[in-house]
Design a protein around this ligand. Structure first.
Ligand code: NAP
Length: 297
């Protein structure tokens, strides 16, 4: 296996939307010979001015580099671009940073294998502005050999946040969705809380510091509860599900009385009541994992 020094490794970037442009710009800034291609004209102008090479077709973009990074809107677009140039992909490493489901990622890995390409599915946990900085986390799953071959180049995109997960191509997408689930859960709870306090004219900016403390304190539970989940034992060393149910009822009543949305407290309460009905009343909150493992009715 030949491992080129990072700055000498050529790379192709297909898709020059907001994210694709940021990816290509990071490679150019680090001195990688960078070939770019986009469906519509015009989006490569700044990159070309900075030193990138604009390919005249997707086929010549693929042929230009051993490492082909793809970042387009969705997987239909991925196949729309790559299917017609499939015969050029043999021997290449395709790193697909387009957001997907784990099923799409695994299916695309099978498609790439038939073409003789190494395939890595990636997920970007960052805004375009963070690409190339210490703020960017990028997750990769798939061929470990191919990842290690191109690791130094890929680290250009997220110096400390380049994470290889597993040979299972679906895992980066699954982590991506899991992290988003946490983000929306926390953000919706913050917004509900800010709406509650807003009824008493407490500004969100006044609440922000306490909200951040609450989020950090909650984070401490994650480690302890993760152990309980993996061991499948739920001793209530802090509070039982029953105690949580009492608090949730107060949250629902308060929300109703103040005329703010009751959707979130109702959801909390419904899940917790189901856990009680399933016999988890005296267990720790982590026992609620059983409610999340079931498909919804
Ligand atoms: P974007 O600005 O909307 O760009 C979309 C890109 O996809 C453009 O290059 C577009 O080409 C191309 N495209 C769409 N349909 C196509 C097709 N049928 N054939 C060929 N090319 C096609 O989106 P983005 O923000 O760059 O996001 C790209 C991917 O990164 C998405 O999967 C997104 O979920 C993921 N992502 C984005 C962010 C973010 O903050 N932006 C963060 C994490 C992950 P044209 O220019 O020709 O339309």
């Amino acid at each position: 296996m030949t491992i080129l020094p990072p700055a000498a490794s050529p790379v192709t970037v297909i898709g020059l939307g907001l994210m694709g442009q940021a990816l290509a710009a990071a490679f150019v800034a680090k001195g990688h010979p960078t070939t770019v291609w986009n469906r519509s004209a015009g989006k490569a102008d700044r990159l070309v001015a900075d030193g990138a090479t604009l390919a005249d077709s997707a086929a010549s973009a693929v042929e230009a580099s051993p490492l082909v990074v793809v970042c387009v809107s969705d997987y239909d677009a991925v196949h729309g671009v790559l299917d017609p140039v499939g015969s050029s992909l043999a021997g290449k490493t395709v790193v697909n940073l387009t957001t997907a489901s784990s099923t799409q990622a695994r299916q695309t890995a099978e498609w790439a294998a038939k073409l003789g390409a190494d395939y890595i599915d990636g997920a970007i946990l960052a805004m375009p502005q963070a690409i190339g900085t210490a703020e960017a986390t990028l997750l990769y799953a798939g061929s470990k050999t191919a990842f290690e071959k191109h690791q130094a180049t890929l680290q250009t995109l997220g110096e400390t946040g380049t994470v290889y997960l597993d040979e299972d191509h679906g895992l980066s997408a699954l982590y991506d969705m899991s992290v988003l689930s946490i983000m929306w859960g926390v953000l919706n709870s913050f917004l509900h809380a800010a709406a509650l306090l807003g009824t008493a004219h407490v500004k969100a900016t006044t609440f922000a510091e306490m909200a951040t403390t609450a989020i950090n304190v909650t984070a401490d539970y994650v480690t302890a509860y993760a152990e309980q989940i993996d061991e499948d034992t739920f001793p209530a060393t802090d509070a039982t599900v029953n105690v949580h149910v009492g608090g949730m009822q107060h949250l629902l009543e308060e929300s109703q009385a103040l005329g703010v949305s009751t959707e979130l407290p109702k959801f909390f309460l419904e899940l917790a009541r189901r856990a009680v009905a399933d016999g988890n009343a005296e267990d720790s909150y982590a026992a609620m994992i059983k409610q999340f493992r079931k498909p919804s009715a």
